[in-house]
Design a protein around this ligand. Sequence first.
Ligand code: UDP
Ligand code: MG
Length: 322
Amino acid sequence: MSNCPTISVVVPVFNEEENLPELIRRTTVALEGTGESWEMVLVDDGSRDGSAGLIRAAHGADPRVKLVALSRNFGHQPAITAGVRHARGAAVILMDADLQDPPEVIPAMVGKWRGERFDVVMARRRSRADARGARGFGFRLFYPLLRRLADLPEAPDAGIFGLMDRKVVAEFNRLPERNRFIPGLRVWLGFKQGEVEYDRADRAAGEPKQTLGRLIKYAIDGMLSFSTRPLRVATWMGFLCAVVGFGTAIFFVFRRLFFNDPAFTGFTTLLVMMMFIGGIQLIAVGILGEYLGRVYEEVKQRPLYVVGETVGVEGDRGGEEG
Ligand code: UDP
Ligand code: MG
């Protein structure tokens, strides 16, 4: 790999024109501070504002800033995947465009990678300023739940912000799955994993670009793609209902036989039981459906994203490595 920069920073961008100038400025300062050669791969995920134009202009001013423009909006994780596949660096850093991941943490991550030879450096949030309202509740619920469910050595309490060595990136690029929960995949890949801590800022400008619906899908992806335990939960719920039902039946038969009690004929009880069992059945079918839908997505083998145009980067290296 000749002429490859040492560090690639990959940033997914969706309608971030308000944040881009500041992002590029602060990231450039942070990268210059490392003393390494670098590139910044900004992935325009079908923005409808001036984001792509801003990135093109930034490329004119500094050719180390590069653009991968997707043909439409594909979402956060596909955009990151596209960026990683176009990155050339010996280390690849993932970061959001809204300055929630402060670029000033980059030198510390590079230090861990260079100095202590970590292959993965995750940026663990010491605190987060964005955990308010429904989203905040979701964030607080999600990570403990993921830790209980996931078949991972250690479920990450980290977002995408982090650094991967080229050998980890090569393996990452070979992962074929469509439903990608990147923090989980990064832990799953293994290698020597380290951490730096940081305070997660609030989004610098604009509204969150990930809809709550997408965040929920992402959370479900995270749990389902690393565990089949929810399926077992359905089985256990079934067992529980069966045992309770059987116990109740025996109870009433005994009462009838030994106490000559007329059978219990509560309409309300019946209705409640039916609703309860119906609910449990639908939940079980829903869980099955979630898995089945994901299996269908994988089987279709459709690409994760389509690249419309690139500025300053060579082709996709998704299939080339490994
Ligand atoms: N983003 C993207 N495509 C989308 C939605 C978001 O590339 O469809 C980018 C967005 O520009 C930002 C990052 O993904 O750089 C994270 O998005 P956001 O800040 O809205 O998510 P949150 O911080 O709430 O997880
Ligand atoms: Mg954000």
